[in-house]
Design a protein around this ligand. Structure first.
Ligand SMILES: Nc1ncnc2c1ncn2[C@@H]1O[C@H](COP(=O)(O)OP(=O)(O)OP(=O)(O)O)[C@@H](O)[C@H]1O
Length: 484
C-alpha cells in the first residue's frame, strides 16, 4: 500500500483552511465552533498567507483566541501556510465592492496576485508583504455567484449515494435539472454532518452548469439573520431585500437558526413569497422536519411543506466505507479496505466525523512517516474512537434521571401524570434532546409512546424553568456531568 508524501497531501489553500477547521472542530467545544469558526470562509491566499473571511468585526478576536490551535493544526497537518489572517468584507481588498451586503463570501484562490487584506493575524507567523491588487480583467473572469459562495468540492459526482440519502439526492437532482418546476420548496433535513450542505451546493453548481446566467444565492440561517440586522442598522433594508428576492435559486441552510427570531422569520416569509410567486426555486436545509421546528410561525412552517420534504438518514456501513474511499481518493491517498472498514465501523454516523478521522489518520501517518495500515489506524484513532464509544443514549439518561429522583426507569415511561413523575420525565426528555441526536418522535417513543408535541412542550418547559429555578438548573447540570 502507498501513502502520498506530505507534499502531495498538502492541498490548495482553500483546502488548507478547511482542514484547519476540521482539526479545530475536534478541539473546540461545539457551541464555540458553530458560533465563531463555522461561519468563516476561505477568502484568498497570498503566498503562504491564507486570508479567511469573517462575517463581521466581532469575529476578529478568533485570530488571537484560536492562534495556538491554528498553528498546532498547521504544524500537525504539515500545511504550507505561515499565517492565517481574518478579514471582514471591508478589510478585504479582494471583496466585490459592488455588493452592498459586504459580500461575505470566499474569493477565488487562483489569482497569483491575490490581494492581502489587513486582517487580524493568527499569531506570530510572518506576514506576506505584497501589495493588494484586484484580480486583473482576465483573472477576474469568474462568476461571484458560483465562485464566491459554493464549495467547489460539493458536487453531485462527489456525493456517495446510499440508502439513507438516496431520496434526498434524487430530489436534489430533480430540482437542479428543473428548478422551480420539480419541487418548490425542496426541504432537506437530517442530523449534523449528513450532507445537507453538500447537496445544496451541488444543486447550485448543477443549475449554474446548465444555465450559466442563473443567479444563485447560498446563505445560512445565521448569515441571513446577521445581514438582516446589519441592513436595519445601516438603513440598507432595500438592498438586503433585493439581494434575496431577485435570485433564481435561493439555498438557505440551517433554517432552524431562525427559531424564535420573529423579525427575521417575517423577513424570510416575505422573501419566500416573493420568490415562490415569481417561480424561483427555494431549497431549505434544516436539522429537523418542519413540524419539529419549535418557535416558528405556523405560516412559515406550512410553506416549508408546500413542496417536497426529504430526509437524510445516517449512512450504513457500506456507504460510510464508500465515502471514506472517495475522500481518500480525492486526496490521492490509498486507503486499504480493512482500514476503511475499521474507521466506518467505529465512527458513529456523522460523515463530518468520518472525514475528521480520515484527516487525522492521514496527518498522523504523514507526521510519523508510516504507512496507513490497520494497526497504525488503531493506534492513531484510539482516542478519537473512545470518545465516540462514550455516546450518550436515551437509556443512560433515563437510568441517571431515575437514580437521581429515586424512582424506577419504568416509571418514567408510565402514563402517570403525578408531579413526582412528570418533572423527572420532562427533565429526562430535555436531556435526551440536548445530549443525543434523537428526534422528537424517537424521544417520545422511548418514553412510553408520547406524542412529539408532548415532548416538544416538555423540553420547552424545562428550558424556560431552568433559567429561573436555580435548584432545577443545578440538578440538570449535575445530571449532565454524570452522563458526560
Ligand atoms: N453522501 C456523502 N458523500 C460524500 N460526502 C459526504 C456525504 N455526506 C456528507 N458528506 C461530507 O460530509 C461533510 C459534512 O457534510 P455537510 O456539511 O453537507 O453536512 P450537513 O448535513 O450540512 O451538516 P450540518 O447540519 O452540520 O450543517 C462534508 O464534507 C460533505 O462533503
Amino acid at each position: 500500500m502507498s501513502f502520498a508524501p506530505t507534499a502531495s497531501t498538502v492541498l490548495n489553500s482553500q483546502n488548507a483552511w478547511m482542514r484547519i477547521l476540521a482539526a479545530l472542530e475536534m478541539k473546540v467545544n461545539r457551541q464555540s465552533f458553530h458560533t465563531w469558526l463555522k461561519p468563516t470562509r476561505f477568502s484568498h491566499a497570498n503566498g503562504r498567507t491564507v486570508f479567511v473571511r469573517i462575517p463581521s468585526a466581532q469575529f476578529q478576536h478568533i485570530g488571537d483566541r484560536y492562534a495556538d490551535l491554528i498553528h498546532e493544526a498547521i504544524d500537525n497537518l504539515s500545511l504550507e501556510v505561515d499565517e492565517v489572517r481574518f478579514v471582514t468584507a471591508e478589510d478585504d481588498p479582494a471583496a466585490p465592492k459592488s455588493r452592498e451586503d459586504g459580500g461575505f463570501a470566499p474569493l477565488p484562490s487562483h489569482s497569483p496576485n491575490a490581494p492581502q487584506g489587513s486582517g487580524s493575524p493568527s499569531g506570530s507567523h510572518r506576514a506576506a508583504q505584497q501589495q493588494p491588487q484586484m484580480p486583473s480583467a482576465e483573472q477576474g473572469r469568474f462568476d461571484w455567484n458560483t465562485a464566491a459562495q459554493l464549495n467547489q468540492r460539493y458536487l453531485f459526482e462527489n456525493f456517495v449515494i446510499g440508502s439513507g440519502n438516496q431520496f434526498a439526492h434524487a430530489a436534489s437532482q430533480a430540482v437542479a435539472e428543473r428548478p422551480s418546476k420539480a419541487y418548490n420548496p425542496l426541504f432537506l433535513y437530517g442530523g449534523v454532518g449528513m450532507g445537507k450542505t453538500h447537496l445544496m451546493h451541488a444543486i447550485g453548481h448543477e443549475v449554474k452548469r446548465r444555465n450559466p446566467h442563473a443567479t444563485i444565492s447560498y446563505v445560512s440561517g445565521e448569515k441571513f439573520t446577521n445581514e438582516m440586522i446589519d441592513s436595519m442598522r445601516n438603513n440598507r433594508q432595500t438592498s438586503f431585500r433585493d439581494k434575496f428576492r431577485t435570485v433564481d435559486v435561493l439555498l438557505i441552510d440551517d433554517i432552524q437558526f431562525l427559531a424564535g427570531k420573529e423579525r427575521t422569520q417575517e423577513e424570510f416569509f416575505h422573501t419566500f413569497n416573493a420568490l415562490h410567486e415569481s417561480m424561483k426555486q427555494i431549497v431549505i436545509a434544516s436539522d429537523r422536519p418542519p413540524k419539529e421546528l419549535a418557535d416558528f410561525e405556523d405560516r412559515l412552517r406550512s410553506r416549508f411543506e408546500w413542496g417536497l420534504i426529504a430526509d437524510i438518514q445516517p449512512p450504513d456501513l457500506e456507504t460510510k466505507v464508500a465515502i471514506l474511499q472517495k475522500k481518500a481518493e480525492s486526496e490521492q491517498t490509498v486507503l486499504p479496505t480493512d482500514v476503511a472498514m475499521f474507521i466506518a465501523g467505529n465512527v458513529r454516523t456523522n460523515v463530518r466525523e468520518l472525514e475528521g478521522a480520515l484527516i487525522r489518520l492521514v496527518a498522523w501517518c504523514s507526521l510519523h512517516g508510516v504507512e496507513i495500515t490497520l494497526s497504525t489506524a488503531q493506534q492513531c484513532l484510539k482516542q478519537f474512537i473512545d470518545t465516540q464509544v462514550r455516546k450518550i443514549t436515551i437509556e443512560a439518561i433515563q437510568r441517571a434521571t431515575a437514580e437521581q429522583f429515586g424512582m424506577k426507569i419504568s416509571e418514567l415511561k408510565q402514563k402517570n401524570n403525578s408531579r413526582q413523575i412528570v418533572v423527572p420525565r420532562q427533565i429526562a426528555m430535555y436531556l435526551a434532546k440536548q445530549m443525543t441526536e434523537a428526534s422528537l418522535p424517537e424521544i417520545g417513543r422511548q418514553f412510553g409512546g408520547k406524542h412529539h408535541t408532548t415532548v416538544m412542550h416538555s423540553i420547552a418547559k424545562i428550558d424556560e424553568q431552568r433559567r429561573t429555578d436555580k435548584a432545577l438548573n443545578s440538578t440538570i447540570s449535575k445530571l449532565m456531568e454524570t452522563l458526560n
